[in-house]
Design a protein around this ligand. Structure first.
Ligand SMILES: Nc1nc2c(c(=O)[nH]1)N[C@H]1C(S)=C(S)[C@@H](COP(=O)(O)O)O[C@H]1N2
Ligand SMILES: [Mo]
Length: 202
């Protein structure tokens, strides 16, 4: 029997020596697939804000220019989509979520990221702090393309990529974990690619 399964036609092999970087059940791709549950919103940066909210109240909000005035970080990271592609060494320009949350007093345990178009996804505060999560507005040195979430998206590369909300406009602070868009449809509440937490119960 052929050891090559049908599903692997046209897919790139994991580069030699990089096997330890690829979580179980994932394959490496060099292109950048677009996965969007709906149409691509186009919010001009003049009208864009990023807000930290709690109980519906805005605790802090940044305009585009205010956000861009915050320290920029260059992030090189691997990303892993639950549909089984992984992309190694992606380059982003971004503001750390630590920088944003440092300007807000809170005791929340969870956040629900919310986006233009209505997409949401839930994350523990522990996973969006400690240098693990960013608000990304640049990709490979250029502006983040709209189909990949521009003007700005969340980047949480240690979790499956559905947690990296595109067109993100803010974080709602919560004291309890609350499922977002895909989580409501049976995706895992946490989504650790190294534990293959794809669906509820994994
Ligand atoms: N707003 C929004 N963010 C989203 C999605 C979406 O449909 N809408 N899809 C998620 C999923 S399932 C993945 S894999 C990645 C895909 O990002 P990409 O299209 O840049 O590859 O975005 C995530 N963020
Ligand atoms: Mo995905």
């Amino acid at each position: 029997m052929s050891p090559i399964s049908r599903g692997f036609h046209g897919r790139r092999r994991t580069p030699p020596g990089e096997e330890g970087r690829v979580p179980p059940g994932q394959y490496v791709t060099t292109d950048f697939p677009v996965l969007s549950a709906g149409p691509t919103p186009h919010t001009p940066t003049e009208k864009w804000t990023f807000s930290i909210t709690q109980g519906g109240d805005t605790k802090k909000s940044w305009t585009w220019d205010e956000m861009r005035a915050l320290p920029e970080e260059n992030v090189t990271t691997d990303i892993h989509c639950v549909t089984r592609w992984s992309k190694l060494d992606t380059h982003w320009q971004a503001v750390s979520i630590d920088t944003l949350l440092a300007q807000v007093e809170h005791q929340a345990g969870y956040v629900l990221a919310f986006s233009d178009g209505g997409y949401t996804t839930n994350l523990p505060v522990q996973d969006v702090t400690g240098g693990q999560a960013w608000l990304a507005y640049g990709y490979d040195g250029g502006p983040l393309p709209p189909e990949h979430g521009g003007p700005a998206r969340l980047l949480v590369p240690h979790l499956y990529f559905w947690k990296s909300a595109k067109w993100v406009r803010g974080l709602e602070l919560l004291d309890h974990d609350q499922p977002g868009f895909w989580e409501t449809y049976g995706y895992n509440m946490y989504g650790d690619p190294w534990k293959e937490q794809r669906y509820a119960g994994d």
